[in-house]
Design a protein around this ligand. Structure first.
Ligand code: GLC
Length: 430
């Protein structure tokens, strides 16, 4: 009898404990983190999140986004416009951070950062001033910095007696024609140069590298936008000729070539030169890659009178103004931008950390010797205009430059109309 009573009491307590645990779970604060990228990058984020959860007891839900920056932006804009508290934390492209700041969608981070003493000089200051401070307030921190690079087949240049990677676009064409001509005899899919020409943001990054290396670019004279200039026309003409005249870039350049398509093409051993961001390096060295140990990295070529230019890219972490767990979100931001995690981003993904101190790290330099030279490339990388309406200007350029690549418009006609349309956007926001 006594035993039955004891059992009843035990069961009663068990029920109470289970109910209490249920309530606690319901109230448990969860940070929602929105991030996109290549499949290996998303896997990496999941590993990091598990480590963070174990260390802090804070739960993080991951919202997976695509790789394409335009799609990632659209996804976030929908939640932020409707003032949703989810996602709490997200990565933002340097290209559209100004839009988010001007829309007042980002929580100020100074109070948190002050307490955790993130002083000047920890991150790339030039980049911080460009992108992470808005009207004097800290609104984000750089997770990694991107700059366009030229990847080349070391083994092939050597085989054909070429001593160094090309310094000018003209040299790139010469080397490509020579080597492509010979390799085509056995591999009809082989091309000299693969780069991002599909109609999306990456095309504008590529355009700037051609145009600014010819002393052109997206420039302003007061409130007048300058796109239809001789330097830009020459640059867009060259982009088209790589496909149509020299035929060293495949026709798929303007239909499908984004970062991942370009990387895969090169990795199959089907190209001599590749324009891509730093993330491609560690994937090229992967054991499944057909170009493992055969790749070199160089600065991008330039026009005869200009100099090499990399477009400044990269992703920054910020907290939504509508988040109801800003304190916990900051813990996650602090974790992602800590020395150890930034070092892992470099070692495991080949990304270029937003923190400057990691560039001198012995392990990092041992594994990624090209890092020593890259710091300089990033410090001098060419930013896209930091305007709240930049993505609208970019959308116009994407459309018209892509039409030139497809042979539907001449460079002159395309830039004339692009400039007119872009000017209307400038007037609207002036
Ligand atoms: C990379 C860059 C980003 C750029 C995008 C274009 O993700 O980091 O800044 O806008 O590529 O595709």
């Amino acid at each position: 009898m006594k035993c039955v009573r004891l059992c009843q009491i035990l069961v009663f307590f068990l029920i109470i404990i289970t109910l209490l645990a249920g309530c606690a779970r319901k109230d448990e604060k969860v940070v929602t983190f929105s991030v996109g990228g290549a499949p290996n990058e998303l896997e990496f984020w999941e590993v990091l999140i598990t480590q963070f959860e174990d260390q802090t007891g804070i739960k993080v839900d991951i919202l997976r986004q695509p790789t394409d920056t335009d799609q990632r932006r659209q996804g976030l804009v929908i939640s932020l416009k409707s003032k949703k508290s989810n996602p709490d934390v997200f990565l933002m492209d340097v290209a559209w951070i100004a839009q988010f700041a001007a829309s007042n969608w980002l929580a100020g981070l100074d109070d948190y950062a002050g307490e955790d003493s993130i002083g000047r000089g920890v991150f790339f200051e030039k980049v911080m001033d460009l992108a992470d401070r808005y009207k004097g307030a800290l609104i984000a921190l750089p997770v990694y910095i991107d700059g366009g690079l030229l990847y080349y087949r070391k083994d092939l240049l050597e085989k054909y007696g070429i001593k160094a990677p090309p310094e000018t676009w003209k040299e790139l064409i010469e080397y490509s024609l020579r080597i492509q001509g010979d390799i085509r005899k056995t591999n009809p899919d082989f091309y000299g140069f693969v780069w991002q020409g599909a109609q999306y943001e990456g095309l504008v990054c590529n355009f700037l590298e051609f145009a600014v290396s010819n002393e052109g670019g997206i420039n302003f004279e007061g409130d007048k936008i300058l796109l239809n200039t001789p330097e830009n026309i020459e640059a867009v003409k060259l982009m088209n000729e790589l496909i149509t005249k020299y035929k060293i870039s495949p026709p798929s350049t303007f239909t499908e070539m984004k970062e991942e398509e370009v990387r895969a093409y090169f990795e199959l051993g089907n190209a001599l030169f590749e324009r891509n961001w730093p993330y491609a390096w560690s994937l090229h060295q992967h054991q499944d890659s057909l170009v493992r140990d055969k790749v070199g990295i160089a600065k991008l070529p330039h026009f005869k009178s200009g100099k090499s230019v990399s477009t400044l890219g990269g992703w920054h972490i910020g907290i939504s103004k509508y988040s109801d767990v800003k304190g916990l979100s900051w813990e996650f931001v602090k974790f992602v931008t800590s020395y150890n995690i930034q070092k892992r981003l470099a070692m495991e993904l080949g990304w270029n950390p937003g923190r400057v101190d990691v560039y001198g790290d012995r392990d990092v330099l041992g594994k990624l010797p090209h890092f020593a030279g890259l710091r300089n490339v990033f410090e001098n990388a060419h930013p896209r205009p930091l305007l709240p309406y930049y993505t609208q200007i970019s959308e116009v350029l994407q459309r018209y430059i892509n039409a030139v690549l497809a042979g539907a418009l001449s460079p002159e006609a395309a830039l004339l109309v692009a400039e007119k349309e872009a000017q209307k956007i400038v007037e609207r926001y002036k």
